[in-house]
Design a protein around this ligand. Structure first.
Ligand code: NI
Length: 170
């Protein structure tokens, strides 16, 4: 799997609910997990690899798999507070980090695990932001959309520089 890079149109699409957790879904989740580790990410939504299904993998420890969470049809069912301003990054916007406004501090997320059992995560830690970021992807939203207008303008300039640098390397 290759990660789709901004401004790829697929990042703007809405993902569909998974209706049946079959072998294909399990295979996609496994490949997403491998892709996330290969790119050294802490989260990956299926959209980012070109698949419009509500699937997300997260590992905030970025590595040995002990913290791996695989979410099918994740949905935020409650949220509260404001997470202080902080930088976010994204595998689809490599090399850029920016401050996002108004992330929630606490979220309660409902999802299905691989066995089709409903699970709930409640967190007010870093994982909360990762969950919001990944679930945004499923709705066609990337984190730069949530930055202030000024930051977005700056982003466009910086992104051009990042791309130019990359092109020069090749
Ligand atoms: Ni992302």
């Amino acid at each position: 799997m290759e990660v789709k890079i901004y401004p790829d149109n697929i990042l703007r699409e809405k993902a569909e609910n998974v209706k049946e957790i079959d072998d294909n879904i399990i295979k996609i989740l496994n490949e997403m997990k491998e892709t996330m580790y290969r790119y050294k990410g802490i989260g990956l939504a299926a959209e980012q690899v070109g698949i419009l299904k509500k699937l997300v993998v997260i590992d905030t420890k970025m590595g040995n798999g002990s913290e791996l969470i695989e979410l099918i049809n994740p949905e935020i069912i409650a949220s509260e507070g404001i997470y202080d301003e902080h930088d976010e990054g994204c595998l689809s916007i490599p090399g850029y980090y920016g401050v996002v406004k108004n992330r929630k501090k606490y979220v309660k997320v409902k999802y299905l695990d691989k066995n089709g059992n409903e699970q709930i995560i409640e967190t007010d830690e870093f994982l909360s932001v990762v969950l919001q970021h990944e679930i945004d992807h499923l709705n066609g939203i990337v984190f730069i959309d949530r930055m202030s207008r000024i930051r977005r303008t700056l982003f466009k300039k910086q992104w051009k520089k990042i791309k130019a640098k990359e092109a020069a390397k090749q």
